[in-house]
Ligand binder design. Structure first.
Ligand SMILES: *[C@@H]1O[C@H](CO)[C@@H](O)[C@H](O)[C@H]1NC(C)=O
Ligand SMILES: *[C@@H]1O[C@H](CO)[C@@H](O)[C@H](O)[C@H]1NC(C)=O
Ligand SMILES: *[C@@H]1O[C@H](CO)[C@@H](O)[C@H](O)[C@H]1NC(C)=O
Length: 180
């Protein structure tokens, strides 16, 4: 009886060690791969700028951007057996007098391993409100739009990546009248 339990115990610890080593190797192998250099195209189409009262905060009028964009990317090279899913998102980034760096996520999508790794879409509308916390969008001539993704692995740390390609865009000096 005693002998059998000891065998089982031994077997268990060997199995666990092997598993642990495998998990480490798996995490290491994918850590060595390069994932940042994924070519992408993000291009703004329609840009509309409004000035609306934001009642969720203090109801002072704030700048609200409504944009549509084209998005093309091929994530085939990123998927391997240690990638469970990608959390893909598009960020608008700009500078204002009050903040050196403003980042607003306007769209996101989850791509599971096994899903189509290619995104090829035109005129995508922003899913989330692109609100500035003041009037930092009107006449702003230097904004950029770019694609990022969180890589969720089966083993190892979650990593964050951004595509090198950015689309620069500007907002007009006047607000869009909703009657047009
Ligand atoms: C996507 O990328 C993979 C590997 O990088 C390539 O084999 C495939 O042809 C690409 N697909 C398209 C539609 O560009
Ligand atoms: C996207 O919008 C542009 C004009 O803003 C239009 O010319 C084009 O046909 C649209 N594409 C699609 C697929 O709807
Ligand atoms: C636009 O902003 C980026 C940072 O987002 C900065 O690197 C670049 O120099 C700016 N360009 C101009 C013309 O101000």
């Amino acid at each position: 009886m005693h002998g059998v339990l000891q065998r089982v115990n031994q077997l268990m610890s060997v199995t666990l060690t092997v598993l642990a080593v495998l998990v480490c190797l798996c995490a290491l192998s994918s850590a060595l791969l390069k994932f940042d250099d994924v070519p992408s195209v993000v291009k703004t189409n329609r840009l509309r700028l409004m000035n609306v009262a934001d009642f969720t905060t203090d109801s002072r009028p704030k700048d609200l951007g409504a944009i549509t964009f084209d998005l093309k990317v091929n994530f085939s090279q990123v998927f391997n057996w240690n990638v469970k899913q990608l959390f893909v998102y598009v960020t608008a980034e700009y500078e204002t007098e009050t903040n050196a760096l403003n980042q607003v996520v306007i769209w996101d999508k989850v791509i599971l391993n096994g899903d189509n790794p290619i995104i090829d879409m035109e005129n995508v509308s922003s899913e989330y409100y692109f609100f500035d916390d003041g009037n930092g969008l009107v006449s702003n001539k230097n904004l950029s739009l770019y694609l990022s993704w969180n890589m969720v692995p089966n083993a190892g740390p979650l990593t964050d990546h951004s595509a090198p390609d950015r689309c620069r865009f500007k907002f007009p000096d006047k607000y869009h009248s909703s009657r047009q």
